[in-house]
Design a protein around this ligand. Structure first.
Ligand code: ZN
Length: 152
């Protein structure tokens, strides 16, 4: 990856980890799931409001490393207002991007800003940091509520 592009990616991740979007409690969520990544110690609760098959609101609370926090922040910004089916597609695409062989080509274009995490697949230990919020959100979409999940 080009050095300048890598710097830009790091800037975006730093910005979101320092000033996370949609951070804090959500009033009257329809579903709430806690996700924990024991490898790194990242722990977040994702609270979602799903109305008429749309993710009408989403917020998160918790703490963890810069990558996990930036990923949670950018995820909430990306899926808010999306249909549940669209949010599921984004999860699949994001998951594919991070679980692929790092030398293989991947068209991250449809993921927009979320493609800043594409370089993380080169660091297997950090993949769980980047996908924690997504797996937690997916559990909520699958109907889990008041539950804790772990990446292991
Ligand atoms: Zn982490």
């Amino acid at each position: 990856m080009d050095g300048d592009i890598r710097d830009l990616y790091q800037e975006v991740i730093l910005d979101h980890s320092k000033k996370p979007r949609n951070f804090g409690p959500l009033k009257n969520p329809t579903r709430k799931v806690e996700g924990y990544n024991p490898l790194c110690g990242d722990r977040y609760t994702i609270a979602v409001k799903i109305e008429n098959d749309v993710v009408s609101d989403i917020r998160f609370e918790g703490a963890g490393c810069a990558i996990s926090k930036a990923s949670a922040s950018m995820m909430t910004a990306a899926v808010k207002g999306k249909r549940v089916s669209e949010a599921r597609e984004m999860f699949e695409k994001f998951h594919q991007m991070l679980s692929r062989d790092s030398s293989s080509k991947f068209d991250a274009g449809p993921l927009g800003k979320l493609s800043v995490f594409s370089g993380v697949c080169e660091y297997p230990a950090r993949v769980k940091c980047a996908t924690l919020a997504w797996h937690t959100f997916k559990s909520a979409l699958d109907g889990e509520n008041a539950k804790s999940i772990s990446t292991e």
